[in-house]
Design a binder for this molecule. Structure first.
Ligand code: ADP
Ligand code: MG
Length: 311
């Protein structure tokens, strides 16, 4: 399996499990020995806030995109092998950010990571579409509900329009019976199925604990499914095949004391982030990164316009 580094974790609809997936897939990959960076690319919401303890004034992705901090300053160690770049909480700072700078952030993180996971906001706006083209591959997240599936179809279309690559579909919050099977949803959407994560009360408990589920309750059904997803994406690159009962050893998590967990179950109203789309970062600081498919600002805007016309 070709080794892709940068994954965008995306969905049309909010509240389907993108942040849960970013945190737990990232932690599962790190637990198996990969170096991982997770990025809160959902600029309007502080999704990773529950997992990163930030003191007031700490640098965030907002500061980086506003040109006021370096990527290194906004990168925090979460546990062994995994760092996170949180987004800020302050909406006035948010207004000053230029989402286009995300490409440079990704290129910097690529240098030291085996995997960079971008937790992308819901909806259709400049800041949500841009990462779809920046990533090496896009993981589409949807629950088995009709609205989520419909919105997944739109996101798949957007990936296509920005010349992005699809990794496939992850169906989340599945129930043993009563749902359309994940395979059927994937074939209806005409994408590969990457996996299915069952509905699991342990997910909520881990949020309150401020600890990734795969560490908090490694034997829970959803944690097991996230490890399976990690091995699916990594192929045989990982030290540990976490597909079975033997959990990878993630006991070295020593920094999971984040404050109040992010309990944002309804963050589907990301504000439009397209206030500054005239600042394309064309400074070519792309060292050795395989950026054959950087989405230009124009592509992104055109894709948004087309998507809006369709709906
Ligand atoms: P998104 O980032 O797409 O908005 P989240 O990851 O924040 O979605 O998840 C939304 C809500 O759904 C959260 O309250 C989370 O705890 C819950 N959730 C996500 N995945 C599961 C699951 N497999 N089982 C139970 N609850 C889940
Ligand atoms: Mg989220």
């Amino acid at each position: 399996m070709g080794q892709e580094t940068v994954y965008a974790i995306a969905s049309g609809k909010g509240g389907v499990g993108k942040t849960t997936t970013t945190v737990n897939l990232g932690t599962a990959l790190a637990g198996a020995g990969a170096r991982v960076a997770i990025v809160d690319a959902d600029l309007g919401m502080a999704n990773l806030a529950g997992f990163v303890s930030l003191s007031p004034g700490s640098a965030t992705l907002h500061d980086v995109l506003a040109g006021e901090a370096t990527v290194e300053e906004a990168t925090y160690r979460l546990a062994e092998n995994i760092v996170g770049v949180p987004s800020g909480n302050d909406l006035s700072e948010y207004a000053a950010t230029a989402p286009e700078g995300l490409g440079d952030v990704v290129d910097t993180l690529r240098e030291d990571a085996d995997y960079v996971l971008l937790d992308v906001g819901a909806g259709v706006s400049h800041e949500t579409v841009l990462p779809l083209g920046l990533a090496d591959a896009v993981v589409i997240v949807a629950t088995p509900e009709p609205a989520a599936i419909q919105d997944a179809a739109k996101t798949i279309d957007l990936v296509d329009r920005v010349d992005g690559e699809l990794a496939g579909l992850l169906v989340t919050r599945t129930h043993p019976s009563g749902d359309v099977p994940a395979e059927k949803i994937a074939s209806r959407l005409d994408v590969d199925l990457l996996g299915a994560i069952p509905e699991d009360t342990a997910v909520r408990a881990s949020l309150y604990a401020g600890t990734p589920l795969v560490v908090h309750d490694p034997e829970s059904p959803a944690a097991t499914a996230y490890r399976t997803l990690a091995s699916t994406l990594a192929g045989d690159e990982l030290e540990t095949d976490g597909s079975g009962a033997d959990a990878p050893n993630t006991s070295t998590d020593d920094s999971s004391t984040g404050g109040s967990p992010g309990t944002d179950s309804t963050d589907d109203d990301a504000p439009d982030g397209d206030t500054t789309d005239d600042e394309t970062p064309e400074d070519g600081a792309t060292t050795d990164a395989p950026t054959d498919d950087d989405a230009s600002s124009d592509d992104v805007s055109a894709a948004i316009t087309d998507a809006e016309a369709d709906s």
